[in-house]
Ligand binder design. Sequence first.
Ligand SMILES: [Zn+2]
Length: 131
Amino acid sequence: MGQQIAHVDYLALGDEPHLVAHECMGCGARYFDRRNACAGCFGTEFRSVDVPTTGEVRAFTIVSLAAPGIPVPFVAAVVDCDGTSVRGNLINVEPDADHVATGMKVRLATYSLGVDEAGTEAVGFGFEPLS
Ligand SMILES: [Zn+2]
């Protein structure tokens, strides 16, 4: 079996893949990108926190136009994972308004983005309906 590498650095792989956020020690704001200071309180100390893998769709957009090579349509969503807002695509769902709704329950899911010559697999994440 080859190696796996996460497509984004805040995706932790392993037996139970999950997202890891940087939480501001001052005000509790959570970020997925690395930053030197909190946008809310200008605090500079952060700790790593595991983000719950289930959540609820807060907002979504069905994207039907994208750069060449990106399959459309797909659903770009903001998912509220127990208080942490996560941007991600909905996967394993029909990308239309009959199958996607705000308030729907979803869970984190990973998928392969491809394998390079060395056998390393790139892994991305999305959210799929919780059934
Ligand atoms: Zn803060």
